[in-house]
Design a protein around this ligand. Sequence first.
Ligand SMILES: Nc1ncnc2c1ncn2[C@@H]1O[C@H](COP(=O)(O)OP(=O)(O)OP(=O)(O)O)[C@@H](O)[C@H]1O
Ligand SMILES: [Mg+2]
Length: 208
Amino acid sequence: MNGKFVTVEGCDGVGKSTQVRLLKERLEREGIDAVFTREPGGTPIAEKIRGIILDSDNSEMDGLTELFLYEASRRQHTKEIIEPALSKGKLVICDRYIDSTLAYQGYGRGLNVDMIRKLNEWAMGDVKIDLTLFLNVSSEEGFSRKGGASREDRLEKEKSEFYERIYDGFLRIAEKEKRFKKIDASGDKFSTHEKLYAYLKDNGYLNL
Ligand SMILES: Nc1ncnc2c1ncn2[C@@H]1O[C@H](COP(=O)(O)OP(=O)(O)OP(=O)(O)O)[C@@H](O)[C@H]1O
Ligand SMILES: [Mg+2]
């Protein structure tokens, strides 16, 4: 596989999908060939699994069930989209991937982190991530971007603590993984876009 695999990660609402869209538009304008995809989903089978995960009727879903569904969706997405594109030498940019599962299901919900790492490896098979662009916005800031809420409300407090664990989880993964590049994403979407684009260009991702 001689393509390059880039994942975009970060907490809820930090602007991952916005940035992936801006990159897609920019690369299209410049005639640079790349495959843009997202998790959980990216293929008909994987999108169906995503539907089960996100269906509000399934609120009683067990945490491990949810994890297995994420991994099942990831496996299909990897085999059907990511691996073939990398084999053709393409640049693949994916909105969320394995680190979201580690951060949310592992650090956020408290499932065993080593088990999740193993499942992630199985789902990925031979695929390797070259670069993870981590959109770094503090959980505090992300929370207020999402409309915020008074910290006095118990449910909101639980929610904000959950997001804090996820953010701290991402920072721990970032310390461990050399492929992680933290990008300060606290500015407006266009300034963040310029940072991402410049990093990709300066590091040879745009001339495969
Ligand atoms: N730099 C920015 N500053 C302020 N608001 C932003 C910025 N970038 C995106 N937004 C807005 O924040 C909201 C969330 O953006 P977006 O959907 O791209 O985030 P996301 O990280 O993909 O979220 P999710 O985790 O839910 O998939 C949108 O309304 C978007 O317009
Ligand atoms: Mg998104």
